[in-house]
Design a binder for this molecule. Structure first.
Ligand code: BGC
Length: 774
């Protein structure tokens, strides 16, 4: 845990340069716009510790799998959103010395991530070995208005000398992934050109053949006038640059503007890439940095209007939640159904930028409530498009008749994960994908989605479950053997309650979906039956038989659902009785010891109780929560939010707040000592859920919004905006009141503490906190 980030409502601020923290800050200060993103690397050369990272969404490389012992069914590769050309590079030489913060004495260093307007600013004074001093302020952003462009304003002022400064504006494509399995470079150059102050390079990924053209143009200003430049091109393998020398006077500011674009063959014809890149860079340069930044701020203002959470009385919490919302909005915009949300977004290499169940289980609620319904819909369509591959994936493992098993980790629908206990056994991910369809429809009311896309996916998933269970003669029931639940600290268990419960839930939901489509869209029903070769009589009968005869482990005496068969055979020790020096377990204990222990990595039974809350009475929720939480080590950042929401539901406000605190500043405070690898983007959505579903108790039931809010900790108030079925509502919870403002043209009825409240269009309605007054 480190607490060097200054607390501020709208900015993430680092003051003073600590090289040892540089990689952490590179993650925290990351920029992105859904189409591309980058770590907060320096523009000028830096020879100290750094993890260089620039990423272009959807452009990946199938890095050949490396495993100790090959198992049949393992994927051939792990897809990685690969490190792409570095477009921020601006080399600075002052007379004979290179500006490099690893070698210079650095004072007045600050880095600020302005979340309100969406830019990063870094400033410092550097004293070189010769004693020459320069002051630098570098500002840059990835545009969310034109998501293929980015811009930099790099200001440099000599403080105690005059002379020559050599500037090299460049694009470096000779980069590699730190996590490359075979230390291989993934890109090859297919073309490059340099024209006066512009340079372009097109790189192609080996094997996958994606092409990305990265271009840049720069100009330099002194005394508000453009400097007439004499330029020299520099071209090396996978590198293009332009060098110029400017005369500088002491205290005179020189400003370098660099405009860049990244265009990929995913969005442009290969033959047009270089030309379109030139047009994009030219447009950005013609618009100019200030105008681009102004547009950027206006676009971010719109995003904030819909997704902000305002907390009064706890500035650190305010900064934490805004940071999470900012990073989620930087990662995924929902404009492209081919894209998804990697657990680290564009902030590092870990998890390869690939898609996990995190998207469906944790991210969907955030995007549902804070963006146009199309955004969450696109996340669902992503899986719809990969249905064919999920069916192939299941077939590889021996399933048939259109059974679909979605991968644990994927880029294009193919499985990339290669640990048998997860690849083959952590199959609960399939259920999260079905649940996301349910959740999307529950929230938006878009039942037409079932006929359009949803039902085909649900059939594939249901078929998988119906085949994955087996009839146990001994029990006279269906069982599910050899699975890994969300708690990855147990592998290859029998009858994981969560997996079995979600499996039959999927069978039930798929049955209902088919019935609904049959009744409301007969033509589509016929088409779906035909394309899926669905045998409505036989298959539905089998599904129902499984639903009616599934075995779920329970312990009658304790009154809890059992995580899996035999869970109670384990030595029952509570987390509070563990020596803190032994934690985190995954770093201190052997894997064998972890597997044999009763300790739970992340919500498992409780994940099911969270998803299917309405099936269970409050005493059942409480008994299970009281049993499982004390055994949970929360060593996945996805865990605390589920516990926060359940604790809130159970009226345990104090603990709900404690769970929330574990993730709200997870990356800002480097809580787990791993922020340098990248940010925990998907768990950021969980933090949002803790506030909205936890503290505000928001639920959608029967197409209506319900709230049961309370104020956590020392908060004076909190407010959040949500979109719901054509309305934008602002909910504010203060010590006295709950107010709901309806910023739309339609009236709405919401439930506050169980009472119906009319909120007319354009009006604000107030209820007393804790119990309704009007
Ligand atoms: C968690 C998984 C999660 C993955 C990516 C793992 O540590 O156990 O549930 O999908 O991280 O975030």
């Amino acid at each position: 845990m480190k607490q060097y980030i200054k607390v501020d409502g709208w900015n993430i601020i680092e003051e003073g340069f600590v090289p040892h923290y540089n990689k952490i800050s590179e993650s925290i200060f990351s920029l992105g716009n859904g189409r591309m993103g980058q770590r907060a690397n320096f523009e000028e050369t830096y020879s100290g510790e750094t993890l260089q990272g620039n990423y272009v969404a959807g452009v990946y490389y199938p890095d050949k799998t490396r495993v100790g012992w090959w198992k049949n069914g393992y994927p051939e590769y792990f897809a990685k959103v690969l490190n792409a050309a570095n477009w921020i590079g601006i080399g600075i030489r002052i007379e004979e010395e290179e500006l490099d913060l690893h070698k210079a004495r650095v004072t007045d260093f600050s880095r600020v991530l302005n979340m309100q307007e969406g830019y990063l600013q870094r400033s410092f004074t550097a004293t070189l070995e010769s004693g020459k001093q320069v002051k630098v302020t570098a500002t840059r952003f990835c545009s969310i208005v034109d998501d293929e462009t980015g811009a930099i304003r790099y200001s440099i002022t000599p403080l105690n000398f005059e002379g020559n400064v050599q500037v090299t504006a460049y694009i470096d494509g000779d980069i590699k992934n730190q996590d490359a399995n075979y230390d291989e470079k993934f890109w090859e150059e297919t073309g490059a050109s340099i024209q006066h102050t512009s340079a372009y390079i097109t790189l192609k990924t080996k094997k996958t053949g994606f092409q990305v053209c990265t271009g840049m143009q720069f100009n330099i200003y002194q005394d508000a006038k453009p400097v007439v430049m004499h330029v020299t091109p520099v071209q090396k393998e996978k590198y293009v640059g332009v060098v110029t020398t400017v005369k500088v006077k002491s205290q005179q500011e020189t400003v370098i503007y660099k405009y860049a674009a990244n265009l990929s063959s995913e969005n442009h014809a290969v033959a047009a890439l270089a030309n379109n890149c030139e047009i994009s860079v030219g447009k950005a340069a013609a618009k100019g940095f200030d105008a681009m930044l102004k547009e950027q701020a206006a676009a971010w203002a719109m995003k904030w209007k819909e997704s902000d959470i305002i907390i009064e009385g706890d500035p650190a919490a305010q900064q934490g939640i805004r940071f999470n919302i900012f990073q989620l909005n930087q990662t995924y915009t929902g404009e492209d159904a081919r894209l998804n949300i990697g657990p680290k977004g564009f902030t590092g290499e870990k998890y390869g930028g690939s898609t996990y169940w995190d998207t469906e289980a944790y991210c969907i609620p955030f995007y549902l409530a804070t963006a146009d319904p199309q955004v969450a819909r696109n996340l669902l369509i992503y899986r719809y498009k990969q249905l064919g591959k999920a069916i192939e994936n299941a077939a590889k493992l021996g399933f048939n008749n259109g059974a679909a098993l979605y991968p644990m980790v994927t880029m294009n629908g193919e499985e990339c994960h290669n640990e048998w206990e997860i690849t083959f056994e952590e199959i609960h991910r399939n259920a999260a994908i079905a649940f996301a369809i349910f959740n999307y429809i529950r929230y938006t009311g878009d039942t037409a989605y079932l006929a359009e896309y949803g039902t085909e996916v649900l059939i594939g998933i249901a078929r998988f479950w119906a085949q994955r269970v087996n009839w146990s003669e001994a029990r006279g029931q269906y069982v599910m053997l050899g699975v890994t639940g969300p708690n990855e600290y147990e592998n290859n268990v029998n009858n994981n309650w969560y997996t079995s419960t979600m499996a039959t839930w999927c069978l039930q939901y798929a049955t209902e979906a088919l019935q609904y489509v049959k009744e409301t869209a007969a033509n589509r029903y016929d088409a779906i039956i035909k394309t899926t070769f669905f045998d409505a009589g036989k298959e539905l009968e089998k599904w129902q038989h499984v639903i009616d005869n599934m075995y779920y482990p329970v312990d009658e005496q304790l009154g809890v659902f059992l995580q899996q068969d035999g869970y109670l055979d384990k030595e029952q020790i509570l987390v509070k009785d563990l020596d803190p020096a032994q934690r985190p377990l995954n770093q201190k204990w052997s894997w064998d010891r972890i597997l044999r222990s009763c300790f739970i990595k992340q919500a498992d039974v409780l994940q099911g109780l969270y998803f299917l809350e309405d099936r269970y009475d409050i005493d059942t929720l409480r008994r299970n929560f009281d049993f499982y939480e004390p055994r949970t080590v929360h060593e996945s950042s996805l865990s605390p939010c589920v516990h926060a929401i359940l604790a809130a539901k159970l009226g345990d406000e104090k603990r709900a707040h404690e769970f929330y605190l574990r993730t709200s500043r997870l990356d800002l405070d480097d809580y787990n000592n791993d922020t340098e690898d990248g940010l925990h983007i998907t768990s950021m959505a969980g933090t949002w859920m803790s506030v909205v579903e936890g503290f505000a108790g928001m639920r959608v039931r029967d197409g209506q919004l319900q709230f049961t809010p309370f104020l956590p900790g020392k908060w004076q108030s909190f407010a959040f905006s949500i979109r719901f079925r054509g309305r934008i509502l602002k909910v504010k919870v203060s010590k006295q009141d709950v107010t709901i403002e309806n910023d739309a043209v339609n009236d709405i009825t919401v439930y506050i503490y169980g009472e119906a409240v009319e909120v007319p269009a354009g009006a604000t309605v107030t209820a007393k906190q804790g119990n309704l007054v009007n």
